[in-house]
Each structure stands twice: as structure tokens, then as C-alpha cells.
Design a protein around this ligand. Structure first.
Ligand SMILES: NC(=O)c1ccc[n+]([C@@H]2O[C@H](COP(=O)([O-])OP(=O)(O)OC[C@H]3O[C@@H](n4cnc5c(N)ncnc54)[C@H](OP(=O)(O)O)[C@@H]3O)[C@@H](O)[C@H]2O)c1
Length: 335
């Protein structure tokens, strides 16, 4: 389900928004008269919407959920994330089949299916439930150290060779686990890592985010609204309230705009509520100032940036670990 790669010059105001916000990476896109920011997808040369649709806890038969997804797709969030574990791939399939434009479709295989044959079967079952011939992004949901990563990656590469998946991603992987997975690859690259990232869950900032930015791997921020808990955080709501009032925006929009202002980061908020979905997608209209971004950076207080993470990012900055893996991959591809 390929989305257009070209930058559609649909309106001056939309392009103006892009120029002001996230530098070279962010490009504003007028599609069906709707603004959306598109960001690079790993090293693929493709771009995906900066705001996607999370679907965890949207039940398979939920009419409200289906309507919310369609609202999001119509509003410009043509990137949807599900997982075999969410038990709602049929609902997602139904939504995209009713929508007559391309959607970037991401799903995940559960760790108990990481054995080679299990993984191939799990992918076939996801394809069947989704009602598509190819998944744009197939992700390992979280690491499973009881199955050799080489075996799992071998199956993922086989699926890509067969055209059943277009890209390989991971989720909840540390930098070390990503390196291990990439080292096992013969022909493809890991193009994304989906991890929890919000103003209150800043673990990725202790090395992973910097690594992804340096190596051009897309970081997909899950639970960007802290699973809805964020709205109950008094201290944060003070600052979010102040910034949102300045812009005539909502707190959710400020949070999402803040996250996607980071290089290489896209976010996938979940909502079953059409009004919330629309609100979340239109965060791309917001342009936070550098000062506001700094203030929001301060919400993390640096307290959850462990020393180990900082040491790791220093180590990675000064070594060519990933570059060496890519060099080896090139050699493997030529054999
Ligand atoms: N890879 C992984 O291991 C993993 C783990 C967790 C999540 N995820 C993915 O990330 C997605 C998002 O994460 P999440 O579902 O955990 O949490 P989230 O998106 O941070 O928060 C969802 C909660 O926020 C509420 N909400 C959404 N928009 C709102 C708005 N504008 N105003 C007020 N409330 C709003 C939703 O309620 P309403 O529905 O009522 O709007 C829901 O209760 C998931 O759906 C899933 O696709 C992946």
C-alpha cells in the first residue's frame, strides 16, 4: 500500500508551515486539501505521515473504533499501526478497504511466533485478517531471547523476498538488540524501532533516540499521550495548558507536535473518539517555538536519563558500529 513519495505542492500555506518547524526533515504535504507532515522512513527514501493511528484496545467489532480510524485516515493520518496481539487486524483491514487512497500499514508479530515456521504462518494469518497481499512494515513486537535472533531475522528476510512485507522493523528493542538483529541480516535493513516515548517516558533519550537519529532509523513513538494518564499530571498540565492557550490548541496537540518536532520521530496516538482523532491529526498545524520545545524538554527533568544511557550514546557516537554493520551488509548483498 504505497503512499506517494513526491511532495505534492498543494498549497502555499501548508508549505509555509513545514518551513517553520522541523528543518529539512519535515515536509508538509497537501493531500486531499489536508495538511500532513511527512517524515523519512529509515533509509528507504520513502516518507510516512508524522502522525499515525494507534489501535491498541480498539475492539475488533467496534463501530466507534472503525469510525474513528476512518476519521483519522480522512484527516490525513494515512499510517496505521496494529499487531496480531491486538486482535483487531480484521477491523483495520476493513477500515483500509473502505478507504480509497493508499495507507501505510504496519503490524507486528508476537514473540511467541519468532521461530522460523511460526513467523511465516503468523504473517500469512495477519495478511489474511488484514485482507492485503503485502504489509508495509512488519515489526518484531518485542525481543524474545529464547529464540536465536538469526532464525527470526531469517524468516523476516524470507517474507520480504516473497513480497509479503515491504519493510522490517522492531519494537521495544534496545540499541544492543538492534545491533544484534541488524548483524543477522543478509539483505535488508531495520528501518524503525517502535518504543514508548512521551514527555513523561523519556527512556529513548538515554541513547536510543540519538542512535536512531544518527543511523537514520525511524523512531515510532507509542503511548505518546502516556495512555491518557498525561491529562491527570498536574505539573505537566500547567505548562501544557499555558502553551496550548498561546496557540489556541489543546494539550494533546502540544504533546504530539512536540514529539514530532524531534528528528526521525513519528507518533501513533490511539483514540476511539472521532473528535480526539481529528484533534490529534491536526497537531501538524501547530508550530511550537524553540523556547516552548525547551520548556517541554524540561518536563523530563533529565531524571530518567540514566548514566548508562549517556555512556552508551557517547560510546556509539565515537565508534562506527552501525557503519561497520552496514558495510558488512553491502558485502553480503553482493555475494
Ligand atoms: N509496540 C508496543 O509494545 C506498543 C505498546 C503500547 C502501545 N503501542 C501502540 O501505540 C498506540 C498508542 O499508545 P496507547 O494506546 O498506549 O496510548 P496513547 O495513544 O498515549 O493514549 C491513548 C489514550 O489517550 C486518550 N486520548 C487520545 N487522544 C486524546 C485527546 N486528543 N484528548 C484526550 N484524550 C485522548 C484515548 O482515549 P479515547 O480513545 O477516548 O480518545 C486513550 O485513553 C497503541 O494504540 C498501539 O498502536 C505499541
Amino acid at each position: 500500500m504505497r503512499i506517494p513519495l513526491t511532495i505534492h505542492d498543494g498549497g502555499q500555506s501548508a508549505l509555509g508551515k513545514a518551513e517553520g518547524r522541523t528543518g529539512a526533515e519535515a515536509l508538509c504535504f497537501m493531500f486531499a486539501n489536508l495538511p500532513m507532515i511527512y517524515k523519512k522512513l529509515g533509509n528507504t527514501g520513502e516518507r510516512i505521515p508524522a502522525i499515525g493511528l494507534g489501535t491498541w484496545k480498539i475492539p475488533e467489532r467496534s463501530k466507534e473504533g472503525l469510525d474513528a480510524i476512518l476519521e483519522g485516515l480522512n484527516a490525513g493520518a494515512r499510517f496505521i499501526d496494529t499487531a496480531e496481539m491486538y486482535a483487531n487486524e480484521r477491523l483495520v483491514g476493513k477500515a483500509i478497504s473502505r478507504f480509497d487512497a493508499d495507507v501505510f500499514l504496519a503490524t507486528k508479530v508476537s514473540p511467541h511466533h519468532f521461530r522460523h515456521d511460526d513467523l511465516i504462518r503468523a504473517c500469512d494469518a495477519s495478511l489474511d485478517r488484514l485482507g492485503v497481499k503485502c504489509i508495509d512494515l512488519y515489526q518484531l513486537h518485542w525481543p524474545n531471547h529464547s529464540v536465536p535472533i538469526k532464525e527470526t531475522i531469517g524468516a523476516m528476510e524470507m517474507l520480504a523476498d516473497a513480497g509479503k512485507i515491504r519493510h522490517i522493523g522492531v519494537s521495544n528493542f534496545t540499541v544492543e538488540e538492534m545491533i544484534e538483529a541488524q548483524t543477522s541480516m543478509k539483505r535488508y535493513e531495520i528501518i524503525s524501532n517502535q518504543v514508548e516515548y512521551s514527555p513523561f517516558s523519556r527512556e529513548p533519550e538515554s541513547g536510543l533516540l540519538q542512535f536512531c537519529q544518527k543511523e537514520h532509523i525511524t523512531l515510532i513513538a507509542y503511548s505518546p499521550l502516556g495512555r491518557g494518564q498525561i491529562f491527570r499530571e498536574k505539573k505537566a498540565m500547567g505548562l501544557l495548558g499555558k502553551i496550548s492557550a498561546t496557540h489556541g490548541a489543546t494539550e494533546a496537540q502540544v504533546i504530539l507536535s512536540y514529539l514530532i518536532s524531534k528528528e526521525n520521530v513519528v507518533a501513533i496516538p490511539k483514540s476511539s473518539n472521532k473528535t480526539h482523532v481529528k484533534e490529534n491529526v491536526s497537531c501538524v498545524d501547530l508550530r511550537l517555538s524553540e523556547m516552548e520545545i525547551k520548556e517541554l524538554d524540561g518536563l523530563g527533568n533529565g531524571s530518567n536519563k540514566p548514566l548508562a544511557g549517556r555512556v552508551l550514546s557517547l560510546f556509539l557516537k565515537n565508534t562506527g558500529v552501525w557503519a561497520k554493520i552496514m558495510e558488512d551488509l553491502e558485502k553480503k548483498r553482493k555475494i
